[in-house]
Design a protein around this ligand. Structure first.
Ligand SMILES: O=C[C@H](O)COP(=O)(O)O
Length: 266
């Protein structure tokens, strides 16, 4: 059975000092009910993706966390080292205490020109380490209106996973469906629409890489997820968790999503 993953992407928010403050509140709440009893024993996994400059502070704070809590980075370079000013290598991310790394987030694609080819290089570089890529795919509003949603996400998924062996999928790769028009806009995809695309992504993986990889692959939904809409999304059969942006920045709103997710699993 697939584990649910709730991932919080902080984007370019939170200084190291603010990160420390977040974790003071967050860890104190995790020691209270319902979290104290449920976390660590449930099928819920939680990952936070702070900026690089906050990773050490976050890793230190998470030493006290229950089983199933981990860290991720928001991007990475595919080379192991070299003259790439401003970039961070997979080994650097790994040594900062991360288990996951986002790849192909729409902000990287649309604001920083990252292509499917670059995304694939990153996925493969991460898989050469102990890091697990979270490959993000999603259509823009214009693409959705032109009826291109399935063509776009299929291309992003298959290009992103090119040359990844099927046996690495279930354990080591997570896919996140994030319709660009739903990110930071307050407009969430309906439960049905999100389920339809997540199901489609799983079936594409099944066709290309086999049923076993598809069945164990975790597919998340992202785009204006908050406590109020999370339970409905999490209850759908092909949605295995959420990639949360804005609502992960405050301990209270992120905990509220975790509370909903725990009840969805109960
Ligand atoms: O990575 C997270 C997504 O971009 C969603 O962001 P949001 O929850 O603020 O819409």
């Amino acid at each position: 059975m697939r584990k649910m993953l709730i991932a919080g992407n902080w984007k370019m928010h939170m200084t190291a000092g603010e990160t420390e403050q977040f974790f003071r509140e967050f860890m104190a709440s995790l020691r209270q009910p319902p979290f104290r009893e449920a976390l660590g024993r449930s099928r819920l996994e939680v990952a936070l993706f702070p900026p690089f400059t906050s990773l050490y502070v976050a890793a230190f704070a998470l030493e006290e966390a229950p089983r199933g809590f981990s860290l991720g980075a928001q991007t990475v370079h595919w080379e192991t080292h070299g003259a790439f000013t401003g970039e961070i290598s997979p080994a650097m991310v790994e040594e900062s205490g991360c288990r996951y790394c986002l790849v192909g987030h729409s902000e990287r694609r649309h604001l920083f020109g990252e292509t499917d080819e670059m995304t694939n290089l990153k996925v493969r570089a991460l898989l050469a380490t102990s890091l697990r890529p979270v490959l993000c795919v999603g259509e823009t509003l214009a693409e959705r209106e032109r009826g291109e949603t399935f063509t776009v996400v299929r291309r992003q998924l298959l290009k992103g996973l090119e040359s990844v062996p099927a046996h690495r999928l279930g354990q080591d790769v997570v896919v996140a469906y994030e319709p660009v028009w739903a990110i930071g806009t307050g407009k969430t995809a309906s439960d049905d629409d999100a389920q339809e695309v997540c199901h489609f992504l799983r079936s594409v993986v099944g066709d290309q890489l086999g049923a076993e990889g598809a069945e164990s692959l975790r597919v998340l939904y992202g785009g204006s997820v908050k406590a109020e809409n999370s339970a409905g999304l999490m209850a759908r059969p092909d949605i295995d968790g959420a990639l949360v942006g804005g609502a992960s920045l405050k301990s209270d709103s992120f905990l509220a999503i975790l509370r909903e997710s725990l009840s969805a699993l109960a």
